[in-house]
Design a binder for this molecule. Sequence first.
Ligand SMILES: C[S@@+](CC[C@H](N)C(=O)[O-])C[C@H]1O[C@@H](n2cnc3c(N)ncnc32)[C@H](O)[C@@H]1O
Length: 284
Amino acid sequence: MVSRRELFTQCRELIAQRDEETAEFDTGCIFQDLLGERNPMFAPMLPVPDDKAQEILSLAQRRSEGYPLQYLLGQWEFWGCNFKVGEGVLIPRPDTETLVEQVIDICRREKMTAPKIADLCSGSGCIAVALKKELPAAEVYAVELSDKALTYLRQNAQLNGCDIRIIQGDVLNEDSAREIRGLDILVSNPPYLTSQDMSELMTEVRHEPAEALFGGDDGLDFYRALTELWKPSLREGGFIAYEFGMGQHGDVKRILEDNGFTDVELRRDGGGIIRTAAAVKKDR
Ligand SMILES: C[S@@+](CC[C@H](N)C(=O)[O-])C[C@H]1O[C@@H](n2cnc3c(N)ncnc32)[C@H](O)[C@@H]1O
């Protein structure tokens, strides 16, 4: 039998052939997951049973071929909560925590203790769940179209003990927008990659669903449609909050203002990129 240390080195070297920077971290995650221990390398000389070593090596092999670590593990952390993930659902990104923070800040500032919130294009449900965790009295709706994503969304709401109203629907369809009225907050991280972006995706991202990524030729289709279609669902003085890609802030701000939203507040993510915008619905 191989020792943990020997196996760790073998896996790290395998993954490093693809990505030197993440090899140590990825190997650590695979070890934690498959050995079911928080710090498996505290006992480096322990032998690893042959079948377990094979399992670990095969995950390292898949990782070295560009398969996302999060899908290999079947779960990922967002906002301190655990989310089940797998093929067919977008992996929650740390950047999206900026959007959650912005919505929470608005609710606190505006003294909304029990806001009515809709998370459009909800995917894994990371935004809806994080908001419900922080604002337990909120009435939170999550709208998603994809069957596969919905399976994860339902699982994640339950896993995190969140009573969220999950709706399967097309957010680009007026009937879906009519279903929910009197919202205080509309939040969304919609697909926003451009045609050009889609042709240059990293191998890892190619494993994620295209319908979660592609936002039309210029990446802005969802911002244009959602802002117009869902505006009547927001109460006067209600807020809309979006996440978008690097460099899209000017266009998203303009779309919001063209639709009569005011006081656009842009926010940077942890990497310094302008990542989110929130604005108020006011009568012109
Ligand atoms: C960028 S992902 C965001 C997922 C999640 N909110 C997050 O932040 O990780 C966009 C999501 O929109 C969903 N989607 C795409 N088109 C949609 C539509 N027309 N109606 C509803 N959901 C849609 C995709 O299935 C995907 O889950």
